[in-house]
Structure formats: structure tokens, C-alpha cells
Design a protein around this ligand. Structure first.
Ligand code: ADP
Ligand code: TRP
Length: 325
């Protein structure tokens, strides 16, 4: 179980990561990010949480937040995140995190946070920046440090946030005494970019995705819509997506036998996608039918994470002078 890790996990280290509840995941998200969590759960004492408080910085609609939170939970459980190995929880079940973020706020300067990429990007785009968005990295530091995290698997875009968490840990340790471990990012470097149906990076913002839990009809429609380059014998975009599901030798045979036959090649890709997606989709549906059991996972995970966080906060409150009795 997750609370007796040192004997049962290969590295003996603590891994934590947060996922923001967003829309439907796609095949690019899966191969680029989600899959790695599932693989890492056997090597580390793993904590994965849904960053609903972070989502509030941009999502201010009750129904949308509730649905996305449950949605992302179903997504991750369907792809194999197993509550037997992993503590799965939601951020807002750990109020100690916001308490710690406040203490960190008082150690962090505005000019320092103004150097954060996410803030600078938002500012460059003239976006309206709420205080929560500005403070995003500090809340993230609290998420990480409160659980004594060793490693944080994140995409390249989040690397700076881990550096900020390390800086804040050092600041606290210097001010009040050794308390927080300095976390390491685990950047998934050699993850290839999955192309979308138009050849650009598959992305929700380009409307070129194959949803990870797509129905058979959606798969057919997406694949038939893949843009192919006329004239060449191998449809590059079809091949690139196909290579996620088959090794080079297999593909070599298939693409040689069906040279120039785009429709046939697309049909073969459709078959592979269907075989890959069907069990995931069915698992998700089954989980969805027993929503109360799934919510129970979140609730139980919250208890475990909250107890750990409270233990840490007792020490922090004492060190900063907030604990008089
Ligand atoms: P999107 O571009 O669809 O909004 P996100 O920015 O939410 O995707 O990405 C979530 C995670 O999935 C990130 O870790 C990101 O690196 C990964 N990811 C997104 N799109 C791809 C892709 N086309 N290929 C590989 N990884 C991807
Ligand atoms: N900022 C992360 C993202 O946008 C989500 C997140 C919140 C997170 N807190 C975290 C990731 C702590 C790792 C650790 O993807």
C-alpha cells in the first residue's frame, strides 16, 4: 500500500504530480504524458492529484469544474492508474496546501514571480491575470513540498515551476531551518510529439485530435480526415500515427504491401486504433457506471494525503511561530 512504501517500491522515493482537469484527453496526451504516470507507479511511492484549485485560476464554472474533475479521475483510472499502488486525491481535499502557500507567499517577492514564463506569456498576450494565476507557482510549490516529494514528472513547460519550488524550499530552510526536501523534475525528454490529423502537433487547440476514448465512429472520422500529401507513396501523417501502435518492421511490411493505397492504409490504422482504444473506453465506461466507488477512491486518497500534509504542517507552524499551544 502507498503508506508503507519503502519495502514495496523499487526506488524508495516519493513521486508526486498534479494534473489540471481539462477537456477530453487525446492520443497525443496519452503517449506524451499520461502513459508515463502509469508506468512510474511501480517504481515510486506515487501521489497523483487533480489540481482543482489551480483550475480555478481559469475555470470559474461549477458544473464544468465538477465534471472535469471526475472526468480526469476516470481517464487516469481507465488507463491503469491503480489505487492499490497510487494515492489519488484532489488538491482541494488538502487545505494544508493553501495554508502553506500563504506562508510561502510571505517569503516570495513579486519581482521573482514576475520572471515566471507563464506569467510573462499571459502578460505578453495582454490577458487578464488574476492574483491566483500570478501565484500559481507558489501553490504548486506547496503541493510538492508538503508531501516530501523527491521527483516530479512533468512536461518541459512545467520545468520552471519545479525550479521555483526548489528556490522556495531553500528560502524556507534558510529562514527557519532544514524542513523541505529539494524536489527534482523528471522531464520526459525523449517523448516524441504525436502529430494530429493535419500534421501539426496533436493539440486540443488545433482541433486535430484523436480522442483517447473515442468511439469507433470518431476514430473512423478522424483517420479518414488525416491530411495526406499527394504524390508520395507513404502518407506521412498516417504513418506517424501508425508508428505508435506497431514496430518498424511491421510497418515496413504493411506500407510496402499497400504502397500508394491511402484508403487501405487508413483502414489498417483504424483497425489498430480501434483495438487499442476499445478496452480503454470500455474500462472507462465501467468505472463511470460505478461512480460512487470511483469517488470513494478520491476520498480515501485525500485522507492519506491530508494526514501526511497535516504532519508536515504541524512542524511548519511551530517553526514559523504560529503554534502557541
Ligand atoms: P493540448 O496541446 O492538447 O492542450 P496539453 O498542453 O494539455 O495538450 O498537454 C498535456 C500533456 O500532454 C503535456 O505533458 C504535453 O507535453 C503532452 N502532449 C500534448 N500534446 C502532445 C503531442 N501531440 N505529442 C506528445 N505529447 C503531447
Ligand atoms: N501546473 C501543472 C500543470 O499545469 C499541474 C500541477 C499543479 C502540478 N500542481 C502540481 C504538477 C504539482 C506537478 C506537481 O500541468
Amino acid at each position: 500500500m502507498a503508506d508503507n512504501p519503502s519495502t514495496s517500491f523499487r526506488t524508495g522515493k516519493i513521486l508526486l504530480s498534479g494534473v489540471k482537469p481539462t477537456g477530453r484527453p487525446h492520443v497525443g496526451n496519452y503517449f506524451g504524458a499520461m502513459k508515463q504516470f502509469v508506468e512510474l507507479q511501480h517504481d515510486y511511492e506515487t501521489y497523483i492529484f487533480i489540481a482543482d484549485l489551480h483550475a480555478l485560476t481559469t475555470m470559474q464554472n461549477r458544473q464544468e469544474l465538477e465534471e472535469s474533475t471526475v472526468g480526469v479521475l476516470l481517464d487516469y483510472m481507465a488507463i491503469g492508474l491503480d489505487p492499490k499502488n497510487v494515492t489519488i486525491f484532489k488538491q482541494s481535499d488538502i487545505p494544508q496546501v493553501t495554508e502553506l502557500a500563504w506562508i510561502f507567499n510571505c517569503l516570495t517577492t513579486m519581482p521573482y514571480l514576475m520572471r515566471a514564463h507563464a506569467f510573462k506569456d499571459a502578460e505578453a498576450k495582454n490577458k487578464e491575470i488574476n492574483v491566483g494565476l500570478f501565484d500559481y507557482p507558489v501553490l504548486m510549490a506547496a503541493d510538492i513540498l508538503i508531501q516530501n516529494t523527491d521527483v516530479v514528472p512533468v512536461g518541459q513547460d512545467q520545468k520552471q515551476h519545479i525550479e521555483i519550488a526548489r528556490d522556495i524550499a531553500e528560502k524556507f530552510n534558510n529562514a527557519y531551518g532544514e524542513t523541505f526536501k529539494l524536489p527534482e523534475p523528471l522531464i520526459l525528454e525523449n517523448v516524441a510529439t504525436v502529430p494530429g490529423t493535419d500534421g501539426r502537433k496533436m493539440s486540443k487547440s488545433y482541433d486535430n485530435t484523436i480522442p483517447l476514448f473515442a468511439s469507433d465512429e470518431e476514430i473512423e472520422k478522424a483517420v479518414m480526415g488525416i491530411v495526406t500529401d499527394s504524390g508520395s507513396e507513404v502518407p506521412t501523417n498516417v504513418y506517424a500515427i501508425h508508428s505508435l501502435f506497431r514496430n518498424k518492421n511491421d510497418l515496413e511490411v504493411i506500407y510496402t504491401e499497400n504502397k500508394g493505397q491511402y484508403k487501405k492504409l487508413k483502414e489498417l490504422l483504424i483497425d489498430d486504433l480501434k483495438n487499442f482504444i476499445k478496452p480503454l473506453r470500455e474500462k472507462r465506461q465501467a468505472l463511470e457506471e460505478d461512480k460512487s466507488a470511483v469517488l470513494e477512491v478520491l476520498k480515501e486518497g485525500g485522507k492519506v494525503a491530508r494526514e501526511r500534509a497535516e504532519k508536515k504542517m504541524e512542524k511548519v507552524r511551530e517553526l514559523v511561530g504560529l503554534k502557541l499551544y
